[in-house]
Ligand binder design. Sequence first.
Ligand code: MSP
Length: 502
Amino acid sequence: MARMSRFYITTPIFYVNGDPHLGTAYAAINADAFARWHRLLGDEVLFLTGTDEHGLKIQQSADEHGISPQAWVDQTASRFMSAWQELAISFDDFIRTTQDRHHRTVQKFLTAIYENGYIEKGYYIGLYCVACEAYYEESELLDGNRCPIHERPVSEMSEENYFFKLSAFTEKLIELYESGKIKVAPEFRVNEVLGFLRQGLKDISITRTSISWGVQVPWDEQHVFYVWYDALINYLTAISYGDDEARFAKWWPAVHHLLGKDIIRFHAVWWPAMCLAAGIDPPSQLLVSGWLLVDGAKMSKSSENQIDPLSVVRELSADALRYYLLASTSFGSDGDVSLDRLRASYNADLANDLGNLVSRTVALIVQKLGGMTPPTPVRDERINPLIDILLEGVAAWNEFRPNAALGAAMGMVRFSNSLLEEYEPWRRPAEDAGSIWCLGTIREALRLAAALLSPAIPNASSGVLSRLGWQELGPLEWSAGGEVRELVRAQPLFPRLAKEGR
Ligand code: MSP
């Protein structure tokens, strides 16, 4: 199964006006799982994440804390970096929009758009939500001129600035989505995008004179670029746009942008239009996640209903949090989460089903076979159900459906548990062929289940492998035979939580 593909995946870059929270961690964890899955397939992977450090919102947070914007972003960006490390986010590059490399790319890319005639000077009056860093039409607002996302009042802003001729791209974008040249997962989001596009697009204001915390417009020093217009370009900075043609061509346009549904307009409409205007291909795929909700409301850094991701990591483990988020939400839809359900999922799936199966299998091999691993049996009809579930899991990861992939892994675990109950190796003599078959089958099933689980629970998956004497994951298919290893009893993979729901 030799594959020589490339997989470039990005997260949205995170605003540094506050600390990482469960909602932002969710974006990073989903992208990380997809990156890990593609590494496991043997793809060459580039996984990019980072921080969005310009704009009014950041300038205001710095002012509130009485420090310079640079000192503020340095502090918060490093908190994101260390949080991502605690959450086992295996990024290859962490971009910060205040880096020189990004300023240079923004200036090159936007100069290309300017020279192609898609940027013009004009005057703007509009209703602005600082939290979104976006202008709204009056018709989009809630009663009392409130932002539909933050439910806070918007303010009137007026300024002379440069406009991007977004309207010139309406038809072209419709064609790109209708023909599937830009893919969107889950697919139902395409209709939402086509809906915006068919209403017609208006030109957008892309520079500001009222703030200085941004990337300077190279042809007019009075202006800085609007934060969203600069932020999207991070996806090109990381692959050396305008700097290293070969590297750029290696990764672009086969990119997978992961984003939350609240920022779909920027990624599905503005961003491809900006690429077309600069004369490069649009991105090839958008992966749009839903929101994490607590008691039906979107969780955010300001909400009361916070679940702090790092305190979950410290109480349980990064694996426990990652597993719960990926297994209990359907990628693309909103998912309601709670600490009680997180603990219940840890106990039921990880400690009971997976952890116990590993412990029992190791204990039986130690007891009955003197610790010597039984060979993996040749595939027959008794093993077929396991292979069917494995293939479902592989397809699910390939289709960006983590909950289905993890469901398949747990299906393999449960099937293995039922084999143990059926063959009852503890009742049979050590040399019994059925018993040796059963333990060899379960050991191989656990190796393959660990492969399906590894994008979600990388640490525990290694724990499964090492307890069962596998030195590495090995091929993603049933592999009869195998070398004999000696197993010893080990600590439980997931110590059971004494009390659930508190
Ligand atoms: N800085 C912009 C993105 C620029 S990308 C060129 C931004 N940052 S953010 O920090 O506000 O959000 C980052 C991501 O976190 C978004 O995809 C957003 O959808 C996601 N989430 C924030 N809260 C969330 C939940 N409660 N649930 C799921 N994801 C949410 O937007």
